[in-house]
Design a protein around this ligand. Sequence first.
Ligand code: PHE
Length: 454
Amino acid sequence: MNQRIPQRAQWASRLGFILAASGSAIGLGNIWKFPYVVGQNGGSAFVLVYLAAIVLVGVPIMMAEFLLGREGQRDAIGTFSRLAGPRSPWCLVGWVGVTAAFILFSFYAVVAGWSFDYVFKSLGGRISGQSPAQIKAIFGTLLDSPGQMIIWQALFVMATAGIVSRGIRGGIERCSKILMPTLFALLFYLFIHGIRSDGASQALAFLFSSDFSLLTPKVILEAVGHAFFTLSLGAGVMITYGSYLDRRANLFSLAVKVSFLDTLVALMAGMAIFPVVFSAGLDPAAGPGLVFQTIPIVFAQAPFGQLLSVLFFLLLAFAALSSSISMLEVAVAWLVDEKQWSRIRSTWLLSLLAFLLGIPSALSFNVLKSTPFLGSPTFFDFCDKLISSYLLPLGGLAVAIYCGWFLKRTATQQQEAICCPSRWVYPCWHILIRYIAPLALTFVFIQQSGLING
Ligand code: PHE
């Protein structure tokens, strides 16, 4: 037996993989961002395009990322260097992913830190019984306290590092098996609370009764961009997670399950949040402060309000944690696979660096609030724009083009690689990955980068 080459880690079970990958996909994007972008973009028309984008662009690219990782059996950069050659320009795609995931982790931890803070505020009873003006002031005070924000950010980064340093099975998979079912249970409870409240029918109409007059090019492209972000595509996450899959995994069925869970959670979060927003007569288009400002207002007056708000912010914190571990894992896998560093050393060093990089993002809400950075209003806005508008769509576009046009495989080999027994899946995937996904992402990229205005 060859003792020199250590066996690459693999997921212990399919279920573990599905929970970890959907843990990555389900994050602040579903619970914090989805409700407010739906609100800002007029509701149902946005939701419809978002659903279409998940099916036509999201699932095929997720399959492509799983395929690349599973074939490459390395981190995102190593996968491209193994498949396309060590000096190939395609390796840049891996670099885009690792960079995007690392920067995303740095500022994601800041917003995730707010949810930690709110869990403790709710537990301490500092939210229930307050007037709307006081609740707005509580959020304002948090944003005005750099020290407090940085402490929460540090704790969040440490929690993430603690999980990732324990490895694929013992850390990521084991934690996902705890975090995700708890998250589903919490969400289910809040969802039931939402649909039983007075605003439920208004929320249903807002989310699902299609009004096509609201479909502008901007709404369409925003929906495609969000579908992409919410599925964690373009950042090397699904390539890295896919590299721990075994050869017999049915990539189509896995991508469908992960995307389905992600979509279900976003819609359920919408149905948990909008009914309470409507029944309290609040504005659904309130923007990024929506869940931090409106939800506590509603829960402050509701029976069991304190319990509901603890549950809600725990849900947010868990969702954020299961996503951030995937971001950190992308960079850690690179150091472990390519530089042969130990997992523990890689994890803590990268976490420290991400924490330091995140500090100016935390300060963007107070000390550096009026300091523009490279054309963006603040450093935080710059990082957010760089990732969501440029690096992720670019990474996804490159993955689609590489898989659709350059991955040297015969059709039968590709079909076998996807491991889907059904005959129609491969031809459909091939058309979507070759033509539809690159086209859709090119439009998103052009619109997001401001070259056209819809
Ligand atoms: N999908 C995550 C969310 O919805 C965000 C994310 C994007 C995570 C890219 C990893 C990579 O919050």
